[in-house]
Design a protein around this ligand. Structure first.
Ligand SMILES: Cc1cc2nc3c(=O)[nH]c(=O)nc-3n(C[C@H](O)[C@H](O)[C@H](O)COP(=O)(O)OP(=O)(O)OC[C@H]3O[C@@H](n4cnc5c(N)ncnc54)[C@H](O)[C@@H]3O)c2cc1C
Length: 449
């Protein structure tokens, strides 16, 4: 693969070129892994330094990049092809099914392949008291993989970036590096976006909403009995909550509530609901809870000469598989930098198409969530949906299971939203839904008689 000839030589990475990666979360690590691998393929020796102040081996908030920790089937398979296989010490549970809870019934959706193909992980050392032992966090694992490729991890927070022809980075008021390229992989849970806005390159941070996460501590026996190897998903009519998930992991269950600007009381209010109580064991405690920001709309101008911004700080997949988005964008940015160059035109040509494809796909996602919102809101639509999925799950001869697959793909992040949308156009599913709706309306009439 040769360099793009339209590129000016000043933006080519050469032996000894320096890349500063701001943030050692999944995006920063994926970017670094691929930049180093690709440079080796080109016979170039580049220097990659990852600035990351967090210690991902620490338990509690200090080591945690707050997240549900579901690794989609798609991402697991994709990174395995790249030679990155998650070891058992990183996986907290293998998941083979979802249990969907609504106010009008519960249904079990098994993985279409009947394998435990989804993994749950912790992004840091886990809730307080969990660090050490045999386990490792996902972020620490990826950061170590980047280090194994040759990246240097510096535990500093970058506080200022000045543009002096090349970007110059400062931490604790000291100049720490003049870089040939800065990769901004800083997510949305810090004030770092402002540093890039103030550089005057046209970057505007993504829009965000507030989500809620809590770690629920309970015995492993209780987890096995109440949750098994399933993620429990709650689709309930509530103006603030889009959906909520309970994700089993060893001695804890991670509760994630997604919605618009949630308040600190949301976790307790949610846990007090009769439907939610019916899933939980009689005894558990809330170990910790937080309100992380979530990317809900892409950043503007995520690149300039010698600057590229990826992952959550740029754009990500709506409400799911943000880690898959981190992989896609980290790799695309690395490819642009190594094979094309680090000028704005290079990123526009090689990186921007991937960035935009995520934005376009999220438009389908927004539409699908709006449809699911209606199903959640209208009792008879909820009942019809449960009816159809139950029938599909019972019918072993039915290999298509259209609605089950659509719900699986929506909530696991296994498919692009566009493909989920295309599946939803299948006539068979609409016939089944009308039949389900008709039956639930008939039952209402019977009950009223
Ligand atoms: C409630 C919730 C649940 C989620 N659940 C899932 C899920 O189950 N599965 C999934 O795939 N995705 C999930 N996501 C999305 C996922 O967490 C993100 O998409 C992912 O973390 C993005 O990775 P990132 O590396 O871009 O950013 P981050 O993970 O936020 O990492 C950014 C890193 O940059 C560092 N940093 C920031 N500023 C600086 C600085 N100035 N100098 C140096 N370092 C800096 C931070 O310390 C941090 O480590 C969830 C998100 C939320 C909010």
């Amino acid at each position: 693969m040769g360099l793009h000839k339209g590129n000016t030589a000043q933006y080519e990475l050469r032996d000894g070129s320096k890349i500063a990666v701001l943030g050692g979360g999944p995006t920063g690590s994926f970017f670094s892994i691929f930049a180093l691998k690709m440079a080796k393929m080109m016979g170039k020796e580049i220097n990659v330094t990852i600035y990351e102040p967090k210690d991902f081996t620490k338990d509690g908030p200090g080591g945690c990049n707050r997240c549900g920790g579901i690794i989609s089937e798609l991402l697991l398979q994709t990174i395995a092809v790249e030679g990155i296989t998650l070891p058992d010490r990183v996986v907290r549970k293998g998941i083979h099914s979802y249990k969907l809870h609504t106010n009008h019934g519960t249904v079990f959706i098994a993985t279409p392949a009947f394998e435990k193909t989804i993994a749950t992980v912790y992004r840091g050392g886990g809730p307080k008291g969990m660090a050490g032992g045999e386990t490792e966090s996902f972020d620490n694992f990826l950061l170590s993989r980047a280090a194994a490729e040759g990246a240097i991890h510096v535990p500093l927070r970058i506080e200022r970036v000045e543009s002096r022809g090349k970007p110059v980075l400062f931490s604790q008021n000291k100049e720490v590096m003049e870089a040939d390229l800065v990769a901004g992989c800083f997510g949305v849970n810090s004030t770092t976006g402002k540093i890039f806005e103030e550089m005057g390159i046209g970057y505007k941070q993504p829009s965000t909403s507030t989500a809620a996460i809590a770690e629920l501590a309970m015995t492993e026996e209780a987890i096995t009995e109440c949750f098994g190897n399933s993620i429990h998903l709650f689709l309930i009519p509530d103006k603030d909550i889009k959906f909520a998930a309970m994700i089993p992991k060893g001695q804890f269950v991670t509760l994630c509530i997604l919605g618009e600007d949630l308040s600190p009381s949301i976790v307790r209010e949610f846990l007090e609901r009769t439907l939610v109580k019916s899933v939980l064991p009689s005894s558990y405690s809330i170990e910790c809870s937080c309100l992380p920001r979530m990317n809900s709309g892409a950043a503007r101008r995520p690149f300039a000469d010698r600057v590229v911004i990826c992952g959550d700080a740029g754009s990500t997949r709506l409400f799911k598989d943000g880690l898959g988005g981190a992989y896609l964008m980290g790799k695309a940015a690395a490819k642009a930098a190594v094979f094309q160059g680090v000028g704005e035109a290079d990123f526009r040509r090689e990186y921007y198409p991937v960035y935009k494809s995520i934005i376009y796909d999220n438009l389908y996602g927004s539409f699908l969530y709006a449809v699911i919102g209606q199903y959640r809101r209208w009792k008879y639509l909820t009942k019809a949906m449960i009816e159809v999925v139950r029938k599909e799950q019972r019918d072993t001869d039915n290999t298509e299971k259209i609605l089950s697959n659509i719900l699986w793909d929506m909530f696991t992040g296994n498919e692009r939203y566009k493909n989920v949308f295309l599946k939803s156009l299948k006539v068979r599913m609409h016939i089944d839904m009308w039949e389900g709706l008709f039956k639930s309306l008939l039952r209402r009439d019977d009950a009223e008689r």
